[in-house]
Design a protein around this ligand. Structure first.
Ligand SMILES: Cc1cc2nc3c(=O)[nH]c(=O)nc-3n(C[C@H](O)[C@H](O)[C@H](O)COP(=O)(O)OP(=O)(O)OC[C@H]3O[C@@H](n4cnc5c(N)ncnc54)[C@H](O)[C@@H]3O)c2cc1C
Length: 449
């Protein structure tokens, strides 16, 4: 059978960087960072600039296909089936410029945080815990960093978004232009256009102490309860996370053991801030003064593509000793992670976007299948989800303040009335019912990528 009319139309776009099912490069081109997700789009395209993005969007509309943007595919589990969709991969939109005097960076949509953190040094960007996460996907969904309690969400640091709308127009949204889009993009990202570049503020951080403290998991209940108490009054210069997890590979002496690990950063002297935790006599204490760029690898996340179960998250108002015990019992050997919220992360920013803060004292993060754990957390929950750390199922509106949701839906209806754009966390236009999207999973053994 010869190529379809749609395939003929798509073939010549993006300087030939369009891969159709059956092409030799299709399998590599469609592979996400999360190799557990078997994405099989109608085509994969690698546009290099806004003009190529616009041409692709127009062609998609003409042949009756939809378009999903993807940087790395860290969140590929949220996208769902793509058989009627062109996967627009942003990797060819590179470029990074840093204006140190103005403390600002402009970053192409294909860049990863690992590209940015060294380049902006000694200034700091509000990057995630894993260095190979994409700058755009993280920034548009909120962005919890090790600087968060002092400096807020990365979405608040965005000063301009360059994008191509579903109608094929290249626009720049900032504080003075496209006010609705600028608001909606900072939290609702993929629903409002294909972002081609971002500008965001950088921060001077003259002194950073960072590292981890570790205890045997047998002491987890006592130590986690103490961390929860400490976190309630810790200075805003400190942002930490507590995890029950197998010893990371870097801790060779503890290999094979289950640990309670507290890691994070202190913007300033660490001594007084960490004294209550150090008083609990951790077996490992690596906290030291480090360059800001070292924070990119603080969480000891393995880098590069791999199968990943995905994540579910729930913001918690507060926790007490009974809550800690219930969470640990429910987590069992499956592990759990609590991220320390509060401080600037909890303060709404009037000039911010659709997600300018996250209410709550802690964010519980665990595998999507950890039902017992989320049930144990329910009495403490604010009801708010953090969508960047949430797989695509469930109520997307719970990722936003109630007042933001109708405004997001109205803006979606105005800028993408036919739903050309596919987003991992879809915001239905004011006229639509939210679509149900089930993630597709690879059957059988994981491939090596
Ligand atoms: C190991 C790991 C560690 C993490 N650590 C943190 C953390 O510390 N803090 C935190 O807040 N989050 C964290 N996350 C979550 C992460 O921020 C989100 O998964 C984020 O969406 C990933 O962005 P990406 O571009 O790499 O992924 P992708 O899957 O490529 O994209 C994610 C979403 O953004 C959209 N998108 C991407 N590029 C564009 C574009 N150019 N235009 C429009 N839409 C676009 C996609 O359509 C998709 O909906 C982590 C995730 C993992 C897997």
């Amino acid at each position: 059978m010869g190529p379809s009319a749609a395939q003929v139309t798509l073939r010549g776009l993006c300087g030939g960087a369009v891969h159709l099912p059956g092409d030799p490069a299709y399998d590599l081109a469609r592979t996400a960072w999360n190799t557990a997700v078997d994405q099989r789009p109608a085509a994969v395209a690698y546009p290099a600039d806004p003009a190529e993005v616009a041409a692709l969007l127009r062609a998609a509309r003409a042949v009756g296909l939809r378009v999903a943007s993807q940087g790395t595919g860290h969140h590929a589990d949220a996208l769902g089936p793509l058989d009627d969709t062109i996967l627009l991969r942003t990797a060819a939109m590179t470029g990074l410029s840093v204006d140190r005097a103005a403390r600002r960076a402009r970053v192409g949509a294909g860049m990863l945080w690992v590209d940015v953190v060294d380049a902006v040094s000694p200034l700091a960007a509000l990057h995630p815990a894993a260095p190979d996460v994409g700058v755009v996907g993280f920034s548009l969904s909120g962005g919890l960093s090790w600087y968060g309690r002092a400096l807020g969400l990365q979405s608040n640091a965005i000063t301009a978004v360059e994008l191509v709308t579903a109608g094929g127009d290249a626009v720049r949204a900032d504080a003075d232009h496209e006010a609705d889009l600028f608001w909606a993009l900072r939290g609702g990202g993929a629903n409002f256009g294909v972002v081609t570049a971002l500008e965001f503020a950088l921060h001077p951080v003259p002194e950073v102490h960072a590292g981890l403290l570790a205890w045997d998991a047998a002491r987890a209940e006592r130590v986690l309860a103490a961390w929860v108490d400490w976190a309630a009054s810790a200075p805003e210069t400190v942002t930490t996370a507590a995890r029950v997890m197998p010893a990371p590979g870097a801790l060779t002496d503890l290999r094979g053991r289950q640990l309670l690990v507290v890691n994070g950063a202190v913007l300033g002297p660490a001594g007084a801030a960490l004294a209550p935790l150090r008083g609990l006599r951790p077996e490992v204490d690596t906290f030291a003064r480090v360059p800001a760029a070292a924070l990119a690898r603080l969480h000891l996340e393995p880098e590069g593509p791999r199968p990943d179960d995905g994540r579910e998250s729930l913001a918690l108002r507060q926790l007490d000793g009974a809550g800690v015990a219930a969470l640990l019992a429910a987590a069992g050997t499956g592990g759990l992670e609590l991220r320390h919220l509060g401080g600037a992360l909890g303060r709404p920013l009037p000039t911010g976007g659709a997600v300018s803060h996250v209410d709550g004292a802690f964010l519980l993060v665990a595998r999507p299948g950890s039902r017992g754990l989320f049930e144990a957390a329910a009495p403490y929950a604010t009801g708010r989800r953090y969508l960047a750390l949430t797989a695509g199922r469930g109520d997307v509106s719970a990722g936003y303040d109630p007042a933001a949701w109708p405004r997001l839906r109205a803006i979606r209806a105005a800028v993408d009335p036919d739903g050309l754009l596919v987003a991992g966390h879809p915001i239905p236009s004011a006229r639509e019912v939210a679509p149900k999207r089930a993630p597709s999973r690879r059957q059988g053994p994981w491939p090596t990528v």
